[in-house]
Design a protein around this ligand. Structure first.
Ligand code: DGL
Length: 243
């Protein structure tokens, strides 16, 4: 069983890419809605939340863990030796940008991801110029389905990305691809979920019984709606506080 976590609905963008490619893979997803947004938390707070998320997933029989949260991937997973087996977002995202031959990228991300310096370091190592754009309010606006606020922030992000002269805009927060259409087509937009899904399948294969389970730390109608829309299921979401 693969265990995937994020602060809320964001990691569903990674699960969507994985489920499209490997519908038989058994997955348990944990959305830590009670503690969302992760992107404004300190590294030590994120470490504690990551350890808790891993425990929640292991209690649900996950044997392999995926951090579908860029904030956690960049500031915790990649700098914690005990977490080196966890599949994270930064490596696959940077490799996919390099693979596409992009030499100058704008990176939209949470403050925690930007402050970690991890994307900047990895893009320098890959010989790619990166312009970081921190979006403090965007993930939370997407989570609560505040489309007006999300669109305003996204319009500003796209305009800033274009001003940098970048060839593409990397969506380095798993929430952003959930509203991919709001980013329009003025600049090439890259969702790293595909690359992360490929990495999961390369490492763990695609065989299983097609089990999909969802855990949340707080009930949310919009999470439930997204799960129904993306995966066509509505009876497999449990709140860990109710158990
Ligand atoms: N979706 C997460 C990320 O990829 C975190 C968003 C948040 O909770 O701030 O960074």
């Amino acid at each position: 069983m693969i265990g995937i976590f994020d602060s809320g609905s964001g990691g569903l963008s990674v699960l969507r890419a994985l489920h499209e490619r490997a519908p038989m893979l058994d997955v348990v997803y944990f959305g830590d809605l009670k503690n969302m947004p992760y992107g404004s938390k300190s590294q030590s707070e994120l470490l504690e939340l990551t350890e808790n998320a891993i425990q929640v997933l292991q209690n649900a029989n996950a044997t392999q863990i995926v951090s579908a949260c860029n904030s956690v991937s960049a500031s915790v997973v990649r700098v914690t030796p005990a977490m080196e087996n966890i599949i994270e977002m930064v490596g696959p995202a940077v490799r996919s940008i390099a693979h596409k031959g992009i030499v100058h990228v704008a990176v939209a991300a949470t403050p925690a991801t930007v402050e970690s310096g991890m994307y900047q370091k990895e893009f320098v190592r890959a010989g790619i110029r990166a312009a970081m754009i921190a979006c403090p309010e965007l993930a939370a606006a997407i989570e609560r389905e505040d489309d007006t606020t999300a669109q305003q922030i996204i319009d500003d992000v796209v305009a800033r990305a274009i001003v940098t002269g970048a060839d593409a805009l990397l969506l380095a927060c798993a929430h952003y691809p959930l509203v991919r259409e709001m980013f329009g087509n003025k600049i090439t937009v890259i969702d790293p979920a595909d690359a992360v899904a490929d990495e999961i399948i390369t490492r763990y294969g695609a065989i299983g019984n097609g089990v999909l389970k969802f855990l949340v730390s707080e009930k949310s109608n919009s999470f439930q709606k997204r799960v129904e829309n993306l995966f066509g299921v509505n009876n497999c979401i449990n709140c860990i506080e109710d158990r």
